[in-house]
Design a protein around this ligand. Structure first.
Ligand code: DHE
Length: 505
């Protein structure tokens, strides 16, 4: 028998390689998923930095739109475009794949939470005296996303007091509580971690969900409420040791199971306010009555407010009487919290980033200003009439906005596009951009927070080789630069606990 010719072997090998490649790319989206998506969305599609990609959580995303997102990326998220790496067939295969039900979705109930609940220092066992010298009312927590740490920063000297490892991908603002003694963090994969500032140590943790959204702490310091994307629920924890106390399954009145967009505490109302993401409902859960008397956990009830559209993002006014909410791809609605009525509609095209909005007094009216994730503008709204009174053009869409009662300026970033290294300073009365700063040319600058007295503004440079840049908030001159690893957000204890009008709550 003749042995095969070398070029025939080569051809057969090439065919085999091509078939294998085609097999992986066309017929095996699971392999593509593992290669391109698993790192951010979890190997089992349960969500990590990116959201869970399972049919239960994709109700509002049509497959056609999912294909666009995979191809072009998604603004205001960390989802990059794959159109230059994958063929349209591969992308379509991936889209089919993420709409395929999992064989089983893991349950995450009381039992699972209890089994993931270390309490290294039970409540009341550590000293009540701080281990360090600093003004306890002017501390900052700085989340360093770059290597999953946070720095506790002295707001007078701008010297770090300590640097501590966090869970993977902390998202949203850590919440200060009990006069600044404790801070609660939440990671996207559902871990709630409680830090004792006086003793500079983690005291309790619990995994409250698989894919979490944010958390809120009641003003009396007794409760932590966690909003989840997976499972579809809100979880009530006893703030002392983070013991799970009650699960509120999230479903609309018609029974539609739903992710939770976000939850916030409304101190004057003694309640938690949460929006459902797959059902047009806003929930209010009271933890104390009008006289401030605690409501026991098993007697807490859900008050449902029925809306015209689902809320993806929302802002609570300083008096916690009104909500301005927006729907991705839709308009904005203003809801009176007491009556539950829709009291105004606003023309806010693009994607106003309402959870980053702030308010201030301008003449005899209070205005609300919001950056926009899709449109290069800051919209300024009169909260008495709920009319847009100015659209300030910016060099690109922005993410965060900040000010302080004592500052004449509001600061906002240009998070997206070629001008992402700019920081804009807006005069709060003239509503004009009066200064454009470029703290680190070529690197994204974003997210500002003020010191307690409003004299200094701290800006993040979002880079592994990043920094916090401290500015004199009046002269707008740089005073200090503190190296940090992709510092995402920073949170001043005084501004947070006093619910300063210039910061997020
Ligand atoms: Fe956030 C806060 C939702 C993407 C960094 N973000 C919040 C809050 C919500 C929210 C509801 C308020 C929670 C709180 O503080 O209690 N974020 C969303 C999204 O829906 C969105 C657009 C898509 C998503 O991936 O979930 C999104 N966010 C991002 C990012 O890609 C950012 C830039 C990087 C990251 O960490 O993932 C990011 N979000 C932040 C930060 C805050 C935040 C730093 C806290 C802001 C503050 O000052 O309070």
């Amino acid at each position: 028998m003749n042995s095969p010719k070398p070029h025939a072997i080569l051809r057969a090998a090439l065919v085999l390689v091509a078939l294998t490649w085609a097999g992986t790319t066309l017929a095996d989206p699971a392999a593509l998923y593992r290669q391109h998506c698993a790192r951010c969305h979890h190997p089992d599609r349960l969500g990590a930095i990116g959201p869970a990609l399972i049919p239960q959580n994709l109700h509002r995303l049509r497959k056609k739109k999912a294909i666009q997102v995979i191809t072009h990326g998604r603004p205001a998220t960390q989802m990059p475009p794959f159109g230059d790496k994958l063929t349209p067939e591969q992308i379509a295969g991936l889209a089919d794949y993420i709409y395929t039900p999992l064989k089983s979705v893991p349950t995450w109930g009381m039992k699972e939470m209890q089994a993931n609940h270390p309490v290294p220092h039970p409540h009341g066992t550590l000293p009540d005296k701080p281990k360090f010298q600093a003004d306890l009312d002017n501390l900052f927590v700085v989340v360093e996303l770059g290597d999953h740490h946070f720095t506790l920063l002295d707001g007078d000297t701008f010297e770090p007091i300590g640097r501590f490892p966090t869970r993977f991908a902390v998202h949203g603002g850590p919440k200060w509580a009990e006069g600044g003694r404790y801070v609660y963090f939440l990671s996207r994969d559902g871990w709630v971690s409680k830090f004792d500032v006086y003793n500079l140590t983690w005291v309790a943790e619990i995994r409250a969900g698989i894919n979490a959204r944010n958390l809120a702490v009641s003003d009396d310091g007794r409760w932590v409420m966690v909003a989840n994307y997976l499972p579809h629920d809100l979880v009530l924890l006893d703030a002392r040791n983070l013991d799970p106390v009650r699960i509120f399954p999230a479903a609309g009145k018609d029974g539609t199971s739903s992710r939770v967009s976000a939850v916030y505490a409304a101190p004057p109302r003694h309640s938690f306010i949460a929006a459902l993401k797959d059902s047009p409902e806003l929930w209010e859960i009271r933890y104390a009555d009008d006289q401030g008397r605690p409501v026991p956990a098993d007697q807490m009830t859900v008050r449902r407010l029925h809306l015209k559209g689902v809320l993806d993002d929302f802002f609570l006014t300083q008096d916690y009487r009104t909500i301005l909410g927006s729907t991705r791809g839709g308009g904005a609605q203003v809801i009176d919290l007491d009556s539950g009525r829709d009291i105004a509609r606003l023309d806010l095209p693009g994607l106003p980033h309402l959870s980053s909005a702030i308010t201030w007094q301008r003449g005899d009216t209070r205005v609300l200003a919001t950056p926009n994730i899709r449109k290069p503008e800051v919209a300024v709204i009169d909260t008495a009439t709920w009319k847009v009174i100015k659209r300030i053009p910016t060099p690109g869409p922005g993410f965060f906005m900040r000010s302080h009662e004592k500052s004449p300026y509001a600061w906002t970033d240009v998070f997206f596009g070629p001008h992402r290294d700019l920081m804009l300073v807006i005069d709060k009365q003239s509503l004009e951009i009066v200064k454009t700063l470029r703290p680190a040319p070529g690197k994204t600058s974003a997210h500002v927070e003020f010191t307690r007295d409003g004299r200094y503004a701290l800006v993040s440079i979002w880079d592994m080789d990043g920094a916090i840049v401290v500015y004199n908030a009046r002269t707008l001159k740089e005073v200090k630069r503190i190296p940090m690893k992709k510092p995402s957000g920073k949170y001043n204890v005084h501004n947070k606990l006093t619910r300063s009008e210039g910061t997020s709550h």
